[in-house]
Design a protein around this ligand. Structure first.
Ligand SMILES: *Cc1c(COP(=O)(O)O)cnc(C)c1O
Length: 455
């Protein structure tokens, strides 16, 4: 057998043939990328055998660690049967069993599972379902084709998902392609758009949303929101009671609530789904990242029976939901997702997570005293540390200072992988991370921030 290519060779080929996501390739071509060959638990191991703590859960997907025996076995077992068969006109056991399990654990009232491949498609599907639902179920309501979303929202990178997103840096180029939407200020307490302070503010940022719903509900198909935490926005956490109020307003004004739980789902916030913190059932819910425990691309859009009923009719009424993907209901992914839920049960993942969440709160407290740290925001095992130039005025570092990137580079040299969002350092470790590993991750971040020197 031919010898495997050396790290040098791999880097050369990467530089020559690849185009990486969210990456300025001109810079990338000047750097030596880490090439991850293996993983074990909370660790990633590169082609040189060097170990790194996976502080991002491989971009928010991994839950039980790499090479988990139950997940590894589930994949091999399914592979012994079939890798894929179509979901158009056929079904398969893992997809059926998984749908049943998902409905069992999902917020009460969600009763149907529509599969796809990634978070963006799960969101696209929710948007399309919402629009078609209103057309078919309530034609008397007139055209309800618009969506409301929060500013700074991120719901994926396909055009529909970008349309309901609002991250200037990622999205502005594509404006000519996007459909129009309505936007509302997010409950960003550190940089409050109303210049108020929580809790004295009584969550006044809900009022403008109320006004929009009152004025525009006739046009609105849905309100899409990441419950509890706007993750890619830079870990912006919603105050308690916020989501519940949004749910009530949506109900009052006949606007569907679409929960994007792609980042928050599967234990990230300390409960299986973030909606549970406020006993909220959305009308549609998008899930993906943690669905297979971070092993394979799989996503689902969950819907209520009320929505599902809107799509039923005679064949020639054309109420069918005309949407699907080549890999919809992929048996390998579904088998892994089933194994993922087994691990949650057998290892009591959520129970064992609680003390580690409390520990993370305690470990992050001293960060408030660090020179560059403006704010710390956490929900369960999702944490954001916002670096600022001036703690009094909250003046951010300019983009070109690459403050977050520089801290991440220092952290990497100390054995921790991070992927910051601008000036916000993000720590999102696998739920299985041990107490010692968690302490080590936080210690490395602290040392890296302390080492940071900008002008
Ligand atoms: C990552 C993410 C998406 C997009 O998921 P992809 O699998 O990357 O397409 C959508 N919504 C939220 C909240 C996310 O974090």
């Amino acid at each position: 057998m031919a010898r495997p290519p050396s790290t040098r060779q791999l880097i050369n080929w990467d530089h020559r043939y690849l185009w990486h996501p969210f990456t300025q390739m001109q810079e990338w071509e000047q750097e030596n990328p880490l090439i991850i060959e293996r993983g074990k638990g909370a660790y990633l191991i590169d082609t040189e055998g060097k170990k790194y703590l996976d502080g991002t859960s491989s971009i928010w997907v991994n839950l039980h660690g790499h090479r988990h025996p139950v997940l590894d076995r589930a994949l091999k077992k399914q592979l012994g049967k079939i890798a894929h068969s179509t979901f158009l006109g056929l079904s398969n056991p893992p997809a059926i069993e998984l749908a049943r399990e998902l409905i069992r654990i999902a917020p009460k009232g969600l009763t149907r599972v529509f599969y796809s491949d990634n978070g963006s498609t799960a969101v696209e599907i929710a948007l399309k379902m919402a629009v078609q639902y209103w057309q078919q179920r309530h034609p008397e309501a007139g055209p309800k084709n618009t969506f409301l979303h929060l500013k700074l929202a991120y719901h994926g990178d396909t055009i529909g998902a970008v349309s309901v997103g609002n991250i200037e840096l990622f999205h502005s180029r594509f404006k000519p392609l996007l459909f129009p939407t309505l936007e509302a200020e997010p409950p960003h307490c550190y940089r409050c758009p109303l210049n108020l302070t929580y809790p004295a503010c009584k969550v006044a940022c809900i009022d403008p949303i109320k006004q929009i719903l009152k004025a525009r509900h006739r046009d609105l198909a849905g309100f899409i929101i990441e419950p509890m935490m706007q993750a890619a926005a830079g870990m912006i956490r919603q105050p308690a009671g916020y989501l519940k109020q949004i749910r009530d307003l949506c109900t009052q004004y006949d606007v569907l609530l679409i929960a994007d739980e792609v980042a928050t789902g599967f234990g990230r916030t300390g409960k299986m789904f973030a909606c549970e913190h406020e006993q909220v059932t959305p009308d549609l819910m998008a899930i993906s990242k943690g669905l297979t425990g971070g092993y394979m691309p799989l996503a689902a859009t969950l819907a209520t029976d009320e929505i599902y009923q809107g799509f039923l009719g005679r064949y020639d009424e054309f109420k069918t939901f005309f949407h699907g993907h080549s890999f919809t209901g992929n048996p390998l992914g579904c088998a892994l997702a089933l194994a993922n839920l087994d691990v949650f049960k057998n290892e009591k993942t959520l129970v064992r997570l609680q003390p580690k969440i409390k520990l993370l709160v305690r470990l992050l407290q001293p960060f408030q005293d660090l020179l560059h740290v403006g704010d710390i925001r956490q929900a369960g095992f999702m944490a954001g540390i916002e670096l600022v130039r001036n703690r009094m005025t909250k003046e951010p570092y300019p983009f070109r200072a690459k403050a977050g990137h520089r801290v991440a580079t220092i952290a990497r040299s100390k054995g921790l992988i991070l992927r910051p969002i601008g000036n916000v350092l993000v720590l999102m470790p696998p739920l299985s991370t041990t107490v010692d590993e968690l302490k080590k991750m936080v210690e490395i971040i602290k040392e890296s921030i302390e080492t940071l020197q900008i002008d």
